[in-house]
Design a protein around this ligand. Structure first.
Ligand SMILES: NC(=O)c1ccc[n+]([C@@H]2O[C@H](COP(=O)([O-])OP(=O)(O)OC[C@H]3O[C@@H](n4cnc5c(N)ncnc54)[C@H](O)[C@@H]3O)[C@@H](O)[C@H]2O)c1
Length: 343
C-alpha cells in the first residue's frame, strides 16, 4: 500500500493528543507517551465521566496540556488539534452509560468520532488510534470459541445497551475506514478487551466483578459470583494497552483493526477467588447467586478467547502482564487511594 511507509508517527519528539484522557486508559496512555519522549501530550476531556484526580500525577510535567472540551462540539476540537502529529481517541459511552442515556451514547460514539476525523483532516493530523472494543463481536449465545478480527457480530439474546454500544463501535471503525479511503487518513483501530488496572472506575460492566468483589471483601463480606462461576471473561491490563497505543502510533501499519486482549481468559470464579486471595482473605469463599434482572449483564454462549495474534503481526504488540500481577497492582492502587478503615 502506497501510504504504508508514511504511516509511522514516532512518539519521541511528537505532539500527541489523548481524547478522553482523564480516565482509566487515557491517564495510563498519557503516562506512557511522556515516558517515550513525546514533546507534548494534550489531554482533551469534558470531564463527564473522568476526573482531575486521574491526571493529577501528570500535572507537574511541563509537556502536559489539559483542555476541557467536548468532542460533540466540532469547533472545540478544531481549536485544540492544530499542529498535532497524532491522536489517541478514547472518549466514549460504554454499555452501562448507553443503558442510562442512549442519545448521549449515539452523539459521543458516532458524531463524536466523525468530528475527530474531521478535525484530523482539517488540521492534517497524521495518525489516529481509535479505541474500539471486543463488543464488536456482540454478546449472548452466539459468542464462543476463538474470536478473531473476522468474527461476525452477534446480537441475538443480548441486552439492548450492550448491542447499541457494540454497534456504535462498529460504526466508529467504519468512519475511520471511510476517512482513509476518501482522504488517506492513517489510522489503527485497537479492539480492547475489558480493561483493568490503576484508576479503575465502575463504568465497565465486566470489571465490576473485580471492584465489587474487592469492596465486599473490604467490608468483610463474602464476594458474589453470578451463576456457577464458569462464565468466561477476557481482560487486559491498562499498562499493556497504553503500550499498544504508543506502538500503534509508531507502527508503519494503517487501515487495520486488531484485537488487544490479555494473556488468557479467566472464569468469573477464578477471578473472584484471585481477588480474595490477593486481598489476604482466601477464607471469604464466593457465594453463588442468581442474576439480578434489573442489572445489565454481559454473557456469552460458552468459553471464549479474544485472539490477539494479529496485533503481534501488525504492530508487534503482545500482552505482558499476567492477570494475578495486574490485579495485585490494581488492588494496591485502590488500597492506597482509599485505605480500609482500621479495626
Ligand atoms: N474500560 C473498558 O473495560 C473498555 C473495554 C473495551 C473498550 N474500551 C474503550 O476504551 C476507551 C477508554 O475506556 P475508559 O474506561 O478509559 O473510558 P471512560 O468511560 O472512563 O471514558 C473516557 C473519557 O472520555 C471522556 N468523555 C466522555 N464523553 C466525552 C466528550 N463528549 N468529549 C470529551 N471527553 C469525553 C470521559 O470524561 C472520560 O474521562 C473507550 O472508548 C471505551 O469504549 C474500554
Amino acid at each position: 500500500m502506497a501510504r504504508k511507509d508514511t504511516a509511522a508517527v514516532p512518539v519521541k519528539g511528537s505532539r500527541i493528543m489523548v481524547i478522553g484522557g482523564a480516565s482509566l486508559v487515557g491517564s495510563a496512555t498519557a503516562e506512557a507517551l511522556l515516558a517515550r519522549g513525546a514533546a507534548e501530550v494534550t489531554i482533551f476531556d469534558n470531564l463527564s465521566f473522568g476526573g482531575e484526580g486521574n491526571i493529577a500525577h501528570l500535572r507537574g510535567d511541563p509537556r502536559v496540556k489539559v483542555v476541557q472540551g467536548d468532542i460533540v462540539k466540532l469547533h472545540e476540537l478544531l481549536r485544540a488539534t492544530g499542529g498535532l502529529d497524532g491522536i489517541v481517541h478514547l472518549a466514549a459511552y460504554m454499555t452501562l452509560n448507553f443503558d442510562r442515556d442512549p442519545w448521549g451514547g449515539i452523539d459521543v460514539n458516532i458524531r463524536g468520532v466523525q468530528n475527530v476525523l474531521e478535525a484530523c483532516r482539517a488540521n492534517r493530523v497524521r495518525k489516529l488510534i481509535f479505541s474500539s472494543s471486543n463488543a464488536v463481536y456482540g454478546y449472548g449465545p452466539g459468542v464462543k470459541g476463538g474470536l478473531v478480527e473476522e468474527t461476525p457480530f452477534h446480537a441475538a439474546g443480548a441486552p439492548p445497551a450492550a448491542i447499541l454500544y457494540g454497534a456504535s463501535k462498529i460504526i466508529g471503525e467504519q468512519l475511520c475506514r471511510d476517512a482513509h479511503r476518501k482522504h488517506g487518513q492513517d489510522y489503527i483501530v485497537l479492539r480492547y478487551s475489558t480493561v483493568y488496572g490503576e484508576r479503575q472506575h465502575y463504568r465497565a460492566a465486566n470489571a465490576l466483578y473485580i471492584v465489587e468483589t474487592h469492596d465486599a471483601i473490604r467490608r468483610g463480606e463474602r464476594p458474589k459470583v453470578i451463576g456457577d462461576g464458569s462464565e468466561t471473561k477476557h481482560f487486559v491490563y491498562v499498562g499493556d494497552l497504553a503500550r499498544a497505543n504508543c506502538m500503534a502510533l509508531e507502527s508503519t501499519s494503517t487501515d487495520i483493526a486488531v484485537n488487544t486482549s490479555g494473556p488468557r481468559p479467566v472464569t468469573t470464579l477464578e477471578l473472584v477467588t484471585m481477588v480474595a486471595e490477593l486481598s489476604g482473605r482466601p477464607d471469604l469463599k464466593p457465594e453463588m447467586v442468581e442474576p439480578d434482572p434489573g442489572k445489565v449483564r454481559l454473557t456469552s454462549g460458552g468459553a471464549f478467547e479474544i485472539v490477539h495474534r494479529a496485533a503481534k503481526e501488525a504492530i508487534g504488540w503482545e500482552p505482558e502482564v499476567e492477570m494475578r500481577e495486574g490485579l495485585r497492582r490494581l488492588l494496591a492502587w485502590r488500597d492506597a487511594a482509599a485505605p480500609k478503615p482500621a479495626g
